[in-house]
Design a protein around this ligand. Structure first.
Ligand SMILES: [Zn+2]
Length: 262
């Protein structure tokens, strides 16, 4: 019984992931997110229901459009599967023995996590592909984060500080580097991260983002994919680190503490 619930959550995640792909594509083309039929990005053929089954359509059609036979991006199935796995992870990480007896505050927190993860996935993919964090995504996410924190008003001060301090720090880095190290999108994302993670988790997320960004950057330069002066988008590292810390914040904190005081 419990297995079938997890399967349902996974399928729900796949469908939401498919929707996130649509949002990413429509942000690129400036089309309405809700009121347009899905079409093939290459030939413009309007897609039917059986072309739109997450992952399965991609596998059955061997990664090609049924109408023009051009390749479909790997982004589509990958985003669908990652979203489904993260949705499953949110539910599992809350460690409820009986999913039917969820208490309201837990359900509320899980819903918040699921929504925020959707925003972070969009930011991850969009910044990776276009080197931009769209305002249309990061501002609604900040508003949702603020609204969520307003409900638990007693703790809001610490979260607001965790949002403002890194945002100001990033802004000063932009001023020092004249916009070469990061963009304004990263400042807004840092603010969002503070609202989601709070102190000290925000610091752990930044450490992970900076280190993983540096390591990936070095590898890209070593393998000749990038030069020393070329840009690497920082948003994917920030949003990836945020998701990681959302799940493993306290564990990671103890690791870092142990590392620092060895
Ligand atoms: Zn096509």
């Amino acid at each position: 019984m419990i297995f079938s619930i997890y399967l349902l959550i996974f399928i729900f995640g796949l469908i939401i992931g498919s929707f996130l792909n649509v949002v990413i594509f429509r942000l690129e083309t400036e089309k309405s997110i809700f009121f347009a039929r899905s079409e093939c990005p290459k030939c413009g053929a309007v897609l039917k229901c059986n072309d739109l089954i997450p992952v399965l359509s991609f596998l059955i059609q061997k990664g090609k459009c049924r109408y023009c036979s051009k390749k479909i991006s790997w982004q589509y199935p990958v985003v669908e599967i990652i979203t489904a796995l993260l949705f499953l992870f949110v539910i599992l990480s809350q460690q409820t023995k009986n999913l039917y007896l969820l208490d309201p505050s837990l359900t509320f927190r899980m819903t918040f996590y699921l929504i925020i993860i959707c925003f972070l996935i969009i930011i991850f993919v969009y910044d990776l592909r276009h080197y931009i964090i769209p305002d249309k995504i990061v501002f609604p996410a900040i508003i949702i984060g603020l609204a969520y924190r307003l409900i638990y008003i007693s703790e809001i001060g610490s979260y607001i500080l965790s949002a403002f301090i890194p945002a100001i720090f990033f802004l000063s880095l932009i001023l020092i580097s004249k916009g070469k190290w990061m963009g304004l999108g990263d400042v807004k994302l840092a603010f969002l991260m503070g609202l989601i993670l709070g102190w000290p988790n925000i610091l752990i997320a930044f450490l992970i983002a900076f280190f993983s960004g540096a390591i990936v950057g070095i590898f890209l330069i070593l393998f000749g994919k990038k030069g020393f002066k070329s840009q690497i988008p920082f948003g994917p590292f920030l949003s990836g680190a945020t998701i990681l810390v959302m799940f493993f914040g306290s564990k990671l904190f103890y690791w870092f503490e142990a590392l620092l005081f060895l």
